[in-house]
Design a binder for this molecule. Structure first.
Ligand code: 13P
Ligand code: 13P
Ligand code: MG
Ligand code: MG
Length: 371
């Protein structure tokens, strides 16, 4: 069995929250290279989406393995030291109460992991996003695994004709439920259409029971009963054969959707698919980005990556995303660009309310005329 682990954290932005400093990538690479030398890892790849450092690792320790998680944590701590030396923005942002960046809700790294028997050929696609949250994968995962207008194979491939099982978590009630697609797609959509509360955690083949996709939601699910904030997410998808083809997995991103997490984690914006090189959210700290690294696994070795959105066929999606950005930006501080009050990472509401407390009057009270 092979375990594919993607563990990520924002441990300091360069410049502001825009992108990743090369020294952080180099530090992470050195750590993971050492772990490979010690045979903890079979292979690794370090990359970044915006200000998020992404550790992609293969090993045989299973999911939620202490040694692998410690390796990731220590790597983030080492990278934080470098980030502090360079005074990068929000150094250690995602490491428990280590630093303050105007946002206390970032609590720890994000994790997506799956363990499986490597197939004769094992194409995997790793999606990584910045300036958004875990619910951003709901619509693309639905399209990949349940929408026949996206995934031709659901109709014409015997291997996936039976559909998929969706595991959905409720981050507010701290519960989970599974839905069978296509039989229960109307029920499924009722929930995952509210992506700030219900998030697709994983997807399984109904035919073989094998895992096809997993997203990073763990951190959010830990804090039940209140709004838990944004967490720039990652998602692993296996492709071909008993899963959608690579092109079917990428196809949802040809239609940019609106996600939450832009500017101060408090605005809606279009999710723009870009090459790794272009994953540097700058305009109004965005718009939100998604990148995709494709690999063929060969006995755990990560053959790749291929930069999957580095393709002119995604140019129209990028252009459309920028048009959506334009329309939303026009709303300035108004919803639906700005998130509703209960979902904002930042809000001055309590302070402003307190200041104006005495000035709120009953509706039927006459307006005071004296100066
Ligand atoms: P090939 O015939 O090139 O293997 O392609 C099959 C497929 O699934 C393409 O979507
Ligand atoms: P990150 O969550 O990517 O650090 O972005 C924070 C932010 O407030 C950007 O405006
Ligand atoms: Mg940041
Ligand atoms: Mg980020």
């Amino acid at each position: 069995m092979i375990t594919l682990s993607v563990i990520k954290a924002d441990i300091g932005g360069y410049v502001g929250h825009a992108t990743m400093h090369p020294e952080l990538i180099a530090t992470a690479q050195a750590n993971l290279e050492r772990a490979k030398g010690e045979s903890l890892l079979i292979d690794y790849h370090v990359t970044a989406c915006g200000d998020d450092l992404e550790l992609i690792m293969t090993h045989q320790q299973g999911t939620a393995d202490q040694k692998v998680h410690r390796l990731a944590w220590d790597t983030f701590v080492d990278c934080t030291a470098v980030a502090k030396k360079l005074k990068l923005y929000g150094a250690g942002q995602d490491l428990l109460a280590d630093a303050f960046s105007g946002n206390v809700k970032g609590m720890g790294p994000g994790v997506a992991e799956m363990e499986f028997e490597e197939r004769k050929s094992e194409p995997v696609l790793i999606f990584m996003a910045d300036k958004t949250s875990a619910g951003a994968w709901n619509m693309p995962l639905y399209r990949m695994f349940a929408d026949p207008f996206n995934t031709a194979g659901l109709v014409i491939s015997e291997a996936i004709h039976q559909g998929f099982r969706f595991e959905v978590i409720d981050v507010l009630e701290h519960k989970k439920i599974t839905f069978e697609a296509p039989a229960e797609i109307y029920d499924l959509l009722l929930f995952i259409g509210s992506p700030s509360r219900f998030m697709v955690k994983s997807v399984y083949s109904r035919d073989t029971g094998e895992i096809g996709a997993v997203s990073s939601t763990d951190r959010l699910s830990l804090i039940a009963g209140k709004y838990v904030g944004k967490d720039d997410p990652v998602c692993i998808v296996r492709a071909q054969n008993q899963f959608p083809a690579v092109g079917e997995v990428l196809e949802p991103f040809s239609q940019p959707m609106i996600v939450e997490g832009w500017m101060r984690g408090s605005h809606n914006g279009p999710l723009m698919p870009t090459s790794v090189k272009q994953a540097n959210p700058s305009r109004f700290d965005g718009p939100p980005r998604v990148i995709c690294a494709g690999f063929q696994l060969a006995n755990g070795k990560l053959v790749g990556p291929v930069d999957m959105f580095d393709d002119p066929s995604f140019d129209p999606a990028r252009a459309q995303a920028n048009q959506i950005a334009e329309v939303l930006r026009r709303h300035g501080p108004f919803e639906p660009h700005r998130l509703p009050l209960n979902e904002m990472e930042y809000t001055t509401m309590p302070a402003v309310m307190k200041k104006l407390e005495g000035r709120f009057a009953p509706l039927d009270e006459p307006v005071a005329v004296k100066a």
